[in-house]
Design a protein around this ligand. Sequence first.
Ligand SMILES: O=C(O)C1=C[C@@H](OP(=O)(O)O)[C@@H](O)[C@H](O)C1
Ligand SMILES: C=C(OP(=O)(O)O)C(=O)O
Length: 442
Amino acid sequence: MSSAIEFLDLAPIRSARGRMRLPGSKSVSIRALLLAALSEGETRLTGLLDSDDTRVMREALKACGVPLEDLGEAGWRVRGAARLPRREADIFVGNSGLSIRTLVAVLAFMDGRYRLSGIPRMHERPIGDLVDALRPLGARIGYQQKEGFPPLLIEPARARAAQPVRVRGDASSQFLTGILQSAPLLAQERELVVEVEGELISRPYIDLSIALMRRFGVEVQRGTTAAGTPRFTVAAGSRYRAPGAFAVEGDASSASYFLALGALAGGPVRVQGMGSASLQGDVRFAEVMSAMGAEVSQGEDWTEVRSPGLASGFRPKAIDADFNHIPDAAMTVAVVALFADGPSLLRNIGSWRVKETDRIAAMAAELAKLGAAVEAGPDWLRVTPPAALRTAAIDTYDDHRIAMSFSLAACGGIPVRINDPGCVAKTFPDYFARLAALTTSG
Ligand SMILES: O=C(O)C1=C[C@@H](OP(=O)(O)O)[C@@H](O)[C@H](O)C1
Ligand SMILES: C=C(OP(=O)(O)O)C(=O)O
């Protein structure tokens, strides 16, 4: 939830350098919590992100009777079982898309009654493609307000019908992640086959789901349908097994703000906890910084960016690229584009429209306040840098990534006001303190 602070004034950032340890990955934390809860045995999770979104998943699992124990510095202990202990719960999902979409697919087959609701924006974020994919399997999921959107009421599933499961993947990859993660519930007597209809967006998040399921003992085989879209198979009798201990890697999307900081304010800025061995797709943001002219170095679990810095005349190279594979880190690119040597075009980012806010509209409005000329289409954004940046009060639309990415505008020698800075708590509660620790202003 957003804190009560109305705004935060950031002084112009003159330089930035140093190292920071990243908070745990949101995408890995939320998956690991759910998979540990569904695993036979005990898992000790370390490095788990502590933020609004991960709290949503923790509280949801507790509401379903899963024993979760806070071990302080030593992490969290989760005692799992193939079936969730409690068969009735009222679950608040805040605005965590990943949590609701992965919970629904699991709860639909728990033989219980569950209600899931969130903040008003969550009730505008689509979930119909997931519900449509689960209903032919016997799932009974009802819409409590508007068809196709939360809040939802789940009731015990009826006998299962034919496979393969067909799911659309063009609004969010999280629907497919939800179905894949619930595979052990569905692949009991027969193998589970899932086919994607139409385009599949945000694909690296599916790779992440498959990699984490493997860590918890379930293999997903990949193939292709006759129509050329992805098909996934999970063997009959597959079961999650607790890996004993599981360490969550640093958040690659959160890393993007600091890597961009190194590029704009000179650096070197090094993030620790995310590097070439990372499972997250957003690790590829480093390639974008390199393409825009910054110097990037990387080890297995760290990444560092430096440049001469804007203050010494460095100009990032303008970029024209497809950002479908890194939708979250692409927001950081849009702000770096403010300083580029020409117009940049971010293509294939249509999913921005249905996230924490309509991110295409929000980015366009806020970049324009700083003086950029911005054009936007259904799934693209073109940013032409201003001759001189104007100071502005940035509205953040209860979207953590708007707040974090626009903090980088202060690298342009102007003060920037961030309204409702507390919205960063969704994934990075102490973001502004961590930023201040690496920067010199003036
Ligand atoms: O699976 C995940 O962990 C996520 C998938 C992406 O969503 P879409 O698949 O809706 O693009 C991303 O934007 C979100 O922050 C996290
Ligand atoms: C889109 C995001 O999250 P979610 O879909 O999980 O709410 C995000 O963190 O940028």
